[in-house]
Design a protein around this ligand. Sequence first.
Ligand code: PMP
Length: 779
Amino acid sequence: MSAPEFRLFERNLPDVETEEAAELVQTHFGLEGEFTALDGERDLNFRIDSDDSSFVFKIANAEDGEDVVGFQVAALKHIRERDPSLPVPVMQPGSNGQIMQRVTTRSGDSHILRLLSFLPGIPVDSAPVTQRTWREIGMLMGKLNVALSSFYHPAAQANDHPWDTANCLRFQPLTQHIADPVARDLVNFVFDRFRDVAKPRLDRTRHQIIHQDAHTGNVLVDPNDPNRVVGLIDFGDLLYGPVIADLAIIPDGTERSNDRLLDVICNAAIGFDAEFPLQEDEVDLLYDVICARYALGATVIAARNALHENQPGHMESNAPYVEALDELITLGADAGTREIRRACRFSPALKGADEDALLDARHRLLGKNATHFYSRPMHFEKARGAFLYSTDGHRYLDCYNNVQQVGHCNPHVVRAISRQAAALNTNTRYLYGSILEYAERLTAKLAPHLDACIFVNSGSEANDIAWQMAKIMTGRSGGLLMEDAYHGITGPIREFSPGHPATKLPDHLQGLLVPDPYRGKYREGTPDIAQKYAADADRAIADLARSGYEPAAFMIDSALCSSGVPETPEGYLRAVEKRVRAAGALMICDEVQSGFGRMGQWWGHEFHGMEADFVTMGKPVGNGHPLGVIVTRAEILERFTEKTGLFSTFGGNTVACAAGNAVLDVIEREDLIENGRVVGDYLRDGLRALAETRPLIGDVRGTGMLAGIEFVTDREARTPATAETSRLLELLRQRHILVGSEGRDANIFKLRPALIFQRQHADLLISALDDALGELAAT
Ligand code: PMP
């Protein structure tokens, strides 16, 4: 051990008898009373009971000068100023008005004296604690850290003492003093792990001045109510260090309680987090920092016992530290961290074997038929921008995405949601500005006649309300849709969603032939192809009439997503709209897929030149936060609400509006629709170039950031490559690319990347597809 470190173990308590101490107090603080000696690691401490109050008299270690003691004094002063509710000792000025009194004692040494108020209560380690006590202590330390976050002192980084957890590794050589070889190995294992896994990350977490000594001997509770924390003492270990190290001390001493250590840790973390929100990296390091603290304790005590005699009572044995370490190491870092993360409600990070348990629980709790992508579902824990991060440490390019329009976990949207959630989350029956700001912004992006908004929670609900309105406005109950449309899950809208294979439509609905020039009834090159397909609307309207219905509305997804994103013939949808309007029906333009810039402009119906009576929105509106919107004409909304009330508890609540506004901010500020157009064209060009060498690619189509790739086994016959497409999905998954298949024959990839996609992302997809097609061709 080098000389300075050795000094850390020489306690050199001041050489002052009680009688002299009483004299010093009398002289410098004008106080008399009954003296009781207290424990202290570096300072000599006495309790003084005078007639009306009690005090702690501190004679500082001779090595601690004005800088070190002044640091503590300044900290206590700062804490009292910032948060007078914190139960910390109050400093009593001496007869000359100064807090610190420098004296020379009879032994000839020079010491600084201080007098502090004596805090009532009993130490936690002698109180009947509950789980709530640990939370309360966590809250106390959280509050203390808030107060200290605005404090600094030049002595903070020079305060070199053995209990600096973040710098514990310098004491690893002293593990030689741990007599029990098994305990020694355990402590060394913890130090090694701390060095390899935790230390570099810990150095990057938040640092500030921390108390670093809130173990169970230094926290006081009300003896009649152990959940009431009434005091925190001992500011001798203050230093500049990682915030998490302050929390990591709380369990120190709980070996004396019967609580499971990890429960104590979780409760302390919950309390701390409530007052001073923890960051994810800190939560992930807590287990290791606590282990390091125990390892340090076990080492320092063993070394002190070996090197010095007179230890204060609470340091007699390092066995409690070793036992605590044993409990934590037996549990394991992954399991421990998982529990702490769950306690603080950080998203779970589950790995490997846990997935089987998850799948079992999923079947049990969500039903055997709960759908999932891929035969073995993907398990993600995080996402950023264009990528999802799997629990086994891969990142997947999300080309399936049809919700996170401005990228996964877009920071602006996340902040908007969390700030509003922290401020107010309430409903449209109260007045708030954000919903009006949002409605103004949204309607400004649509044709002038679309000037009224209704807020709900999903695309299905938006379509359902639009359908109800259309029926009331027209007084009719027949509906038109595309043959294999999907519009949602509510009762009436499920009927608008025949799916693959198509279920038979009820009598009040008629499906239109899908205008698919690649594999549909009329193919490219057919003269008047748009009119030929549109004529099917006449047939549908006539068939409705034959069943006794007149059409109230035509519901149309402009992206024709569930039909496999066909390249609808130019003018087709305008021609259908003409027929629909001639029949007296209204247009419900479902923009759940096609809206918010997906098709290279704000709205899909405008891309096709249609005019909407209702625009329904979902998915990308809140970038993943639930929000559905119907925009219609004010007169329609008025007619409807005259007949029926309209209120959705969550629809358009303050948080949903924050999400909605933030999505618009990002699309506008970052010019994402233009980006989607440019990168989408680049992607399709790349895919078409790939088709020259990969015959399985029959057709590449789409617009903006929407693309379809149709796979065929025979380009002439356009035979759907169903099995191959399914295999390709899997081969791409293996190459960490996520796509989805679509179409009656499930032989079409539909790609809806986030509008933030860059050319480099497109390149990743193209080269992975090339590679996957190569593997497929070779088998
Ligand atoms: N319309 C379309 C075109 C959709 O694609 C979907 C969802 N896939 C919906 C409506 C229904 O939206 P939600 O799932 O939010 O109810």
